[in-house]
Write a protein that binds this ligand. Structure first.
Ligand code: 5AD
Ligand code: SF4
Length: 442
């Protein structure tokens, strides 16, 4: 009988959270998680379809399973997540050795599917986009030893940005009931979790579609009152739904960290319109102004795309100008990538790959300078760090994050994992900060 599993996760925080839920289901059934696929009886790959590259990566990974499965035909190989939803049962044609294909909304019945496979059924798929995503299992013992966790508050998306595949692979927007979220948050805290990040495709429209209460600010208020929850974050927000009430909470709630990830996508009004983003460049800069007025130390990060159909040199210059004006703490930037089913496929003015690459390099180059100077501007400041554990580079270094979500590495002889400590920033680097511990830790 199968007793161990291995799961590889690609993509966003939603996928990470989904993989945690799946792991919890399997742990509850008595399976053990293994580090290497060679010891696993069940191998799962949780996939991302947001860009073609992400999808290709997933497909290459699936291809590699062929050899493993040939050696051990009894193992169960499953593909879950956004590529599973997008490609569906065609995956069985291309990879005949697969046993299971589950879309992101159908992962919670994994236990049932595994039983069916053990009874001899082959090639099981579950791809119902209308399936209720609210039966998320509570993560429990599986979390032991972690200091932070994601908590899913909604599934799906109704925004239909013209470049985006998400509404097609994660379905319509559904908010999870507030009592369940609050219950789970309390449970996480009781398990030693100090920081919770609420995740969803568009968290600030929480409960607005179904006109239920609380809306997002109300949910944040309830979570903030949980004793022992040190830090609360959320991602991702859509600029069009960022209310004044929510902005005010950055000054009001003790646990809400001064960081917001607010994808802007472009600095050109024309491109924003073609993307169906439903805000203008001025709307966006005004939001940033209000956020900074309310909470001057707030860290602001964003996503931006280059080479969207119809993006001229001038539109691209507008994007460059915007990042110079706003000075994001960091920016994820991408070349526009065609995805099946998206509305942008019908737009004229496709940009050549080479041109996209040139624009991306220019954008990333500019942003690198901005990020570095932002990080350097923190030199000499005191920062509160939630210690996550030993730093990757070793030599008695610990790592953790500031309230603004920046990585700080600092030397320490004691293990301070899970503790909130104060450090002085001694150096701002490109991707992290170096600090020194201020308080004596006993
Ligand atoms: N091509 C390139 N980037 C994309 N993103 C979403 N869809 C696409 C696409 N088709 C980017 C957006 C989004 C982030 C998660 O991925 O910037 O905010
Ligand atoms: Fe996450 Fe979107 Fe990628 Fe799915 S397609 S994993 S929702 S980023």
């Amino acid at each position: 009988m199968a007793r161990s599993f291995h799961i590889t996760t690609f993509g966003c925080q939603m996928n990470e959270r989904d993989s945690d839920s799946i792991s919890q289901i399997l742990v509850d059934k008595g399976y053990r998680q293994t580090e290497s696929i060679d010891d696993a009886d069940i191998i799962l790959i949780n996939t991302c379809a947001v860009r073609q590259k992400a999808e290709e990566k997933a497909l290459t990974h699936i291809g590699r399973l062929s050899r493993v499965k040939r050696k051990r035909p009894d193992l169960i190989a499953g593909i879950i997540g956004c590529v599973a939803q997008e490609r569906g049962i065609d995956l069985f044609e291309r990879f005949p050795y697969l046993d299971l294909v589950l879309g992101p909304r159908n992962i919670y019945h994994l236990g049932k599917f595994l039983s069916q496979i053990k009874e001899g059924r082959r090639r099981i798929s579950s791809l119902d986009l209308a399936s209720d995503p609210t039966s998320v299992p509570k993560c429990n013992g599986y979390l032991k030893g972690r200091v932070k966790s994601f908590l899913k508050i909604m599934e799906g998306c109704d925004n239909f940005c013209t470049y985006c595949i998400v509404p097609f692979v994660r379905g319509r927007e559904v908010s999870l009931p507030a009592e369940r979220i609050i219950d789970e948050a309390k449970y996480l805290v009781s398990q030693g979790i100090k920081e919770i990040t609420l995740v969803g495709q568009n968290v600030n429209s929480y409960n607005t579609k179904n006109k239920a209460l609380p809306t997002f600010p109300g949910l944040l208020r309830s979570l903030d009152s949980i004793a022992g929850l040190e830090r609360l974050r959320f991602t991702t927000s859509h600029p069009k739904d960022l209310s004044d009430e929510l902005i005010d909470l950055f000054a009001e709630l003790k646990s809400l960290c001064p960081h917001i990830h607010l994808p802007v996508q472009s600095g050109s009004n024309k491109v924003l319109r073609l993307m169906n983003r439903r805000y203008t460049r001025d709307d966006y800069t005004d939001l940033i102004r209000r956020l900074r007025k309310t909470r001057p130390d707030i860290a602001i990060t964003s996503d931006m795309m280059v080479g969207f159909p119809g993006e001229t040199e001038r539109d691209f210059e507008d994007s460059l100008g915007l990042i110079e004006t706003i000075e994001f703490d960091s920016l994820f930037s991408f070349k526009y990538s065609e995805r099946p089913g998206i509305m942008a496929l019908q737009l004229p003015g496709k940009i050549k790959e080479k041109e996209k690459q040139t624009r991306l390099s220019i954008l990333q180059d500019r942003q690198r300078g901005i990020t570095l100077s932002k990080n350097r501007s923190l030199e000499g400041t005191l920062q509160e760090i939630l210690v996550e554990g030993p730093a990757r580079r070793g030599d008695s270094q610990l790592t953790g994050r500031t309230l603004g979500n920046k990585v700080v590495n600092f030397p320490s002889r004691t293990d301070l994992k899970g503790r909130l400590v104060r450090v002085r920033i001694v150096q701002g680097l490109q991707n992290s900060l170096r600090g020194e511990l201020l308080d004596r830790q006993d």
